[in-house]
Design a protein around this ligand. Structure first.
Ligand code: ZN
Length: 129
């Protein structure tokens, strides 16, 4: 690994996985997944359920988790998302990049409202973005 690549990875403070649901059936799947994440990954922080908020164009909740949980939670979500669209993104202090060029989608790729995302983060931590 080059020094430059190591520095880029070091910019990642933590990760978010946004769990989207399109209808009542998907909401049930999302609720089940949420309970399982709470039981299996106590270091993950579950956000509130949101109808639609910030850059997100579908109802969702957020899972915020530390870097060291990525190798466990990422494959777990691969195997357990059951058709739900998921946005997985790092938090590097650059919200627009983190939700676009730095992000990974599972399943359906949804539009993101770029106008709600600052290029650089201000000091206040915005909840559930
Ligand atoms: Zn996020």
């Amino acid at each position: 690994m080059t020094g430059e690549a190591a520095a880029a990875i070091g910019a990642i403070k933590d990760y978010h996985a946004h769990i989207y649901y399109a209808d009542d059936g998907q909401r049930e799947i999302a609720a089940r997944l949420r309970e399982q994440v709470a039981a299996l990954f106590p270091a993950a922080k579950l956000g509130r359920w949101h109808a639609m908020i910030g850059p997100h164009t579908r109802a969702m909740y957020q899972i915020a988790f530390p870097r060291d949980l990525l190798p466990l939670l990422l494959p777990w979500l691969m195997l357990n998302r059951d058709g739900l669209a998921i946005l997985l993104h790092p938090n590097t202090g650059r919200p627009r990049d983190d939700h676009t060029r730095n992000a990974v989608w599972f399943g359906e790729v949804l539009p993101v409202k770029l106008e709600t995302l600052p290029e650089e983060e201000d000091d206040e931590d915005d909840a559930d973005a």
